[in-house]
Design a protein around this ligand. Structure first.
Ligand code: AMP
Ligand code: ZN
Ligand code: ZN
Length: 434
């Protein structure tokens, strides 16, 4: 699917975020998840479900309430015939790479190590940049065990039609089938690739698959979450999802197929009028910026710790900074040494930048951003699930995205790796579990 605008904006956003020098419907049951019954065990749930295939779909940047705009009828039908969460709460920071990897490991970014889209490992010498395949393919960045590695270790073939981390041999294991990320690979081609895997002979056919769409996120950055362009792109991605469902139907696979459709975060309106200019606050020769954007990281130059504390840790308009070790506990963020010593978070709709960048790019500033406090409503993400394992027409309350991994492991009937998720969350969703 081509971008609506070949756009200078995505490139400029990339520079801003990646360059430190510049910086359903019909939900009959609103009663919500019932507390798990004490006598329920996951094995009792497993006994009642017979899934053969599991597909995890991500629509990057799909805010929870987009589902109620009436522009995604195929997704609405899936939700009506399955489970919809009020929302999926992203992990902090509500950025793409940290959250996609949380979804497949059940670990907070602090624990899996993808703490930002851009990371410095060992000072400036070792860098992870999400747009640089030579760094994303380096397995040393990726901690924990993603679900496809668990599947392969349990003898189940896996296949990734893009997913952050899928191009690295994590723990020495890659998905059986995977592709290097390519924005130009159309949405239909992605769907057809998944359907092609299902046409493989039984012995080669994957049991676990991912499918990833970035177009809604990109359009949201370029035009803003309330724009007609986002609605049009939602419609296009929904059509691709329909193509998938029709392909499953044509193959007679619907009753053997569990589909889990998620997003990594939502989006809130941003504007050049709402920028925090770092140079107005701190001497950038004495304190180095590792990242700008919604979540900025700073490293004091040698001997400048007191200066950095005095300038950054005091109250600021539209921004709050903490020492890494003093970030509020609800963010589950701060113990990983890859997190810079000082972390600053912009208020919703605001961005942290610097004077040079702002001067050069004031005309093409992004109109939508994420990365903010993961508790704010605009950061809420999507969760819809349907298939033989799931109840029908059920709406469950908002839950944390670390809880998705135990559900995936359960659906594949593999032993989950150590994770931060709550395995009870799935009880309200699964057939035979109540
Ligand atoms: P952001 O909105 O800045 O957090 O990043 C989202 C962007 O990440 C998307 O628009 C994609 O272009 C990019 N992206 C998503 N998955 C991958 C991947 N596996 N490898 C490289 N880039 C990716
Ligand atoms: Zn994203
Ligand atoms: Zn984005």
């Amino acid at each position: 699917m081509p971008s609506l605008r070949p756009a200078p904006a995505p490139l400029l956003r990339l520079l801003l975020l990646a360059c430190p020098a510049l910086l359903l419907v019909a939900c009959a049951n609103h009663a919500s998840r019932a507390p798990a019954q004490p006598e329920q065990t996951l094995s009792s749930v497993a006994a009642t479900t017979e899934p053969d295939y599991l597909l995890l779909v991500s629509i990057d940047g799909f805010r929870a309430d987009y589902l109620d705009r009436g522009v995604t009828p195929r997704l609405a039908t899936l939700a009506a015939g399955g489970v919809r969460a009020e929302a999926l709460r992203p992990a902090f920071p509500s950025l793409t790479f940290p959250n996609h990897y949380t979804l497949v490991t059940g670990l907070y970014p602090d624990h899996h190590g993808i703490v930002h889209n851009r990371i410095e490992g060992d000072g400036e010498k070792s860098k992870f940049v999400y747009s640089d395949a030579s760094t994303t393919a380096d397995a040393r960045w990726w901690g924990g065990e993603p679900i496809w590695v668990g599947a392969e270790r349990h003898g189940l073939r896996s296949a990734t039609m893009f997913w952050p981390g899928s191009d690295a041999a994590i723990g020495g294991v890659r998905p059986t089938y995977w592709k290097p990320f390519d924005r130009e690979f159309s949405a239909d081609a992605r769907v057809d690739t998944v359907l092609g895997w299902l046409d493989l002979p039984d012995a080669q056919r994957p049991r676990f698959m991912t499918l990833y769409f970035e177009q809604v996120d990109r359009t949201g950055h370029d035009y803003g979450p309330g724009s007609p362009e986002v609605d049009a792109m939602l419609g296009q991605v929904d059509t691709a999802l329909g193509r998938l469902v029709d392909g499953l139907d044509a193959r007679g696979l619907r009753d053997k197929f569990n589909l889990v459709v998620v997003s990594d975060h939502g989006l809130t309106g941003s504007s050049v009028q709402r920028t925090i200019v770092a140079d107005d606050i701190v001497d950038l020769q004495r304190v180095r910026a590792v990242t700008y954007g919604v979540v900025a990281g700073f490293v004091p130059a040698p001997g400048q710790q007191r200066y950095a504390d005095a300038t950054l840790l005091k109250p600021h308009d539209h921004m709050q900074c903490w020492r890494r070790t003093q970030i509020p506990a609800r963010f589950h963020y701060g113990s990983n040494p890859r997190i810079p010593p000082i972390v600053c978070l912009a208020a919703p709709g605001w961005m942290i930048t610097n004077a040079t960048w702002l001067k050069e790019h004031a005309d093409d500033f992004s109109r939508g951003e994420h990365g903010y406090d993961n508790a704010i409503p605009d950061m809420r993400a999507l969760f819809v699930a349907s298939g033989p394992a799931f109840r029908r027409g059920v709406r469950v309350p908002e839950f944390d995205n670390v809880d998705v991994y135990p559900l995936l492991a359960h659906l594949l009937r593999i032993k989950p790796a150590h994770n931060d998720g709550n395995a009870q969350t799935m009880h309200g969703m699964l057939r035979g579990a109540r």
